[in-house]
Unconditional design. Structure first.
Lengths: 202, 202
């Protein structure tokens, strides 16, 4: 199954080029496991979720450690019928059948509890889209139930759910939402924003 | 039908607060027709597409005229089954039945040709999601056919389509994609990025 993301990093500083290029070093441990292509609006990362989410976490956390207001925006997708399969995306996440929500939510909560502590406080906002089937709201609501228990839940908003906490827990939460909700072989996307060091009141 | 967007504006400059607050004046003509709520990660705009898209266009164009590298990111949604109806969203866009693709594409192209010229060159990237039905790729492919003919098409990418041109034509193109593809009363979302003044090569 094809999976990956179009990501962009926005440091709100005159030195945005330096912040971005310095943060890109954080991708080095993942480069052999990802296909990476950049243009003037986003960078494509193609690879399995277990590589993709830690890579995004480390990239964003490195930029946020500049103490500048930084945002990472990502369009994340798996199983799009229009995308060819690619061996680099092979993942153990999507082998099994659909299991009951309680089982999925319990496994997702355990993964978040075991997340790496990055030492970077962030806020995040995500919208999960389950495509190609009539009962998409059941899966979305099952995911929102998990988000509310995740320890990173901040509030429900129109069109999105807002999270806050350590960036390690946040990216683990979004990875679990992406992998465990929607059918294992289904077309699922997430529209994600992660932000650190904003001067605005929460 | 409930419709609106969570939007964020990212000026890549030390003066990002000033660029944002100055650009917000561009929303003044639309404020009576929108519900607007801001927190530290995004601003909610609730209203019909014929107000929402010109408002986003004018806000982004005002920020881009600072000549700083600026990005607007938006999660745009209509018809989500979980959202209550709201009279402020009343729109003539969604009254009719589903009409053939050729008819929709022709009307969409006419609207883009008649778009306001803003004098701001920009690039944009969008992903259209049609939810709650099995044939979602038919609607997405019908939309991509329109985008390719729109005069703003730059290239197809994994997970997204990239556009470039005047910001007036770009926001008109995205409005047509949002309003004319997916069933009139269906659940449709767009993940949108618009960028100006990037130092990166296109």
């Amino acid at each position: 199954m094809f999976s990956g993301a179009q990501i962009s990093l926005y440091p709100m500083t005159d030195d945005f080029v330096d912040v971005i290029t310095s943060a890109l070093n954080a991708l080095d441990p993942y480069r052999a496991q990802l296909r990476i292509e950049t243009d003037d609006i986003s960078t494509l990362l193609v690879g399995p979720p277990e590589v993709l989410f830690p890579a995004m976490r480390d990239l964003f956390s490195a930029a946020a450690r500049s103490d500048k207001h930084c945002v990472l925006s990502a369009t994340i997708s798996r199983g799009c019928p229009g995308e060819p399969n690619d061996a680099i995306c092979n993942s153990s996440h999507f082998d099994g059948p659909v299991v009951p929500f309680l089982e999925r939510q319990t496994a997702a909560l355990t993964a978040v509890q075991n997340a790496t502590d990055m030492g970077v406080f962030s806020v995040a906002q995500l919208s999960l889209y389950v495509l190609g089937q009539g009962n998409h709201m059941d899966e979305i609501c099952g995911c929102i139930d998990f988000l509310k228990q995740s320890g990173t839940f901040e509030k429900s908003k129109h069109f999105a759910t807002k999270l806050s906490g350590d960036s390690g827990a946040l990216f683990a939460t979004v990875e679990q939402a992406f992998c465990r909700f929607g059918p294992p072989q289904g077309h699922v996307t997430i529209d994600l924003t992660v932000s650190a060091n904003s001067p605005s009141a929460r």
